[in-house]
Design a binder for this molecule. Structure first.
Ligand SMILES: [Zn+2]
Length: 286
C-alpha cells in the first residue's frame, strides 16, 4: 500500500493531527524540492506532506521545483497525491469559499518551469486527455459534500504564469474560453504526477473573483486573506474525511501510465538516464 501525498498551497503550511512525525530533506537528480517533507500518520494512514511554496511562503510559482517535489514523493513511496490550492473564480456561480474539484487544465505558462521527467535521451508521451485521477477526485467531492460544504464537481483550471494576477482583459478572455478557475501551480504537478504513475487530484478553494467581477472589485486583500484562512480550515476537514475513506488499493489506470508511453529503443537509453529516472521508469526499463 502506497503512502498518501499532500501538497499544500497558499495558507496550508502545516497539517494538525499528523502523528509520529518525521521531517526529512530529500535530494533528487532534479535538484531540491520545496522544503522538508513531513512523514507521519493521519487517520490511520501513512502520509507525506510538503507545502509547495515552503513554510513561510518563500518560493514563487515559476520557481517551484515541481520535478523535485514529485520525484521525491515517488521516491518516498507515495502513490496518490491530493493537491490543495487557492484559486480565483472565473464564474459567478463559483463563489468565494466554494470548493472546485478540478477535472481539466489549460496551460498558459511560458515554460519558465520544467514539466517533464523526460529530456534528451529518452522520449515518453503519456496520455493526458483526463489529467486528474477520477476516483481520487470523486472522493474529494464526496468528502466535501458529506461535510455540507459548497463544492462543485469538475471544472477547468487555467494555469497562468504569474506571479502578478491577470489583467481585466485576460480575465475576460479566459471567461470567454469557458474556464472555471485560475491558478499558477497545479498543471505542472498533474503532468509530472501522471508521468510518475501517481494518482493526482486538485481540491481548489475559491478565494476571490479574479478581477473580472466589477461588483467585487472593491474586495480588499484583507477579505481575501480571511477567505483563505476559512478555506484552509475547511480543506483540512475534507482532507481528514477523504484520507479516512481512501481505498487501500488503486483500481485506476494512473498506475500504468508509462506502460506504452516510452517510445525510445530500450537499447539506446543511456545508463545515466536509467539511473536518474530509476524510481519513475525502473518498472519498464532495466
Ligand atoms: Zn488514479
Amino acid at each position: 500500500m502506497g503512502k498518501i501525498g499532500i501538497i499544500g498551497g497558499s495558507g496550508l503550511y502545516k497539517i494538525e493531527g499528523i502523528t509520529r512525525v518525521k521531517e526529512i530533506a530529500v535530494d533528487t537528480p532534479f535538484g531540491k524540492p520545496s522544503g522538508k517533507f513531513v512523514l507521519g500518520n493521519l487517520e490511520g494512514r501513512e502520509v507525506v506532506f510538503v507545502p509547495r511554496h515552503d513554510v513561510g511562503h518563500r518560493i514563487p510559482p515559476s520557481h517551484i521545483n515541481y520535478r523535485a517535489n514529485i520525484y521525491a514523493m515517488k521516491k518516498l513511496g507515495v502513490d496518490r497525491i491530493i493537491s490543495v490550492t487557492a484559486c480565483g473564480s472565473l464564474k459567478e456561480e463559483l463563489k468565494p469559499l466554494d470548493f472546485v474539484v478540478v477535472d481539466q487544465f489549460v496551460d498558459r505558462t511560458n515554460y519558465a518551469r520544467d514539466m517533464s521527467f523526460f529530456e534528451e535521451g529518452i522520449v515518453a508521451h503519456i496520455e493526458f486527455a483526463h489529467p486528474v485521477c477520477a476516483g481520487l477526485a470523486d472522493l474529494l467531492y464526496e468528502s466535501a459534500k458529506s461535510l455540507n460544504l459548497r463544492v462543485h464537481k469538475g471544472g477547468t483550471y487555467i494555469n497562468m504564469e504569474g506571479p502578478a494576477f491577470s489583467t481585466f482583459a485576460e480575465s475576460n478572455l479566459y471567461r470567454s474560453w469557458g474556464m472555471d478557475v485560475i491558478g499558477m501551480t497545479n498543471f505542472a504537478e498533474a503532468k509530472l504526477a501522471r508521468e510518475a504513475e501517481i494518482c493526482y487530484a486538485t481540491l481548489a478553494a475559491v478565494t476571490d473573483y479574479d478581477c473580472w467581477h466589477t461588483q467585487h472589485a472593491s474586495v480588499t486583500i484583507e477579505m481575501i486573506i480571511q477567505n483563505l484562512l476559512k478555506n484552509i480550515e475547511n480543506a483540512k476537514k475534507i482532507l481528514y474525511t477523504a484520507i479516512k475513506n481512501l481505498p487501500e488499493a488503486r483500481a485506476c489506470k494512473c498506475q500504468e501510465a508509462l506502460e506504452y508511453a516510452i517510445v525510445t529503443d530500450r537499447k539506446l537509453i543511456p545508463l545515466r538516464i536509467k539511473k536518474k529516472l530509476a524510481p519513475i521508469i525502473g518498472k519498464y526499463v532495466k
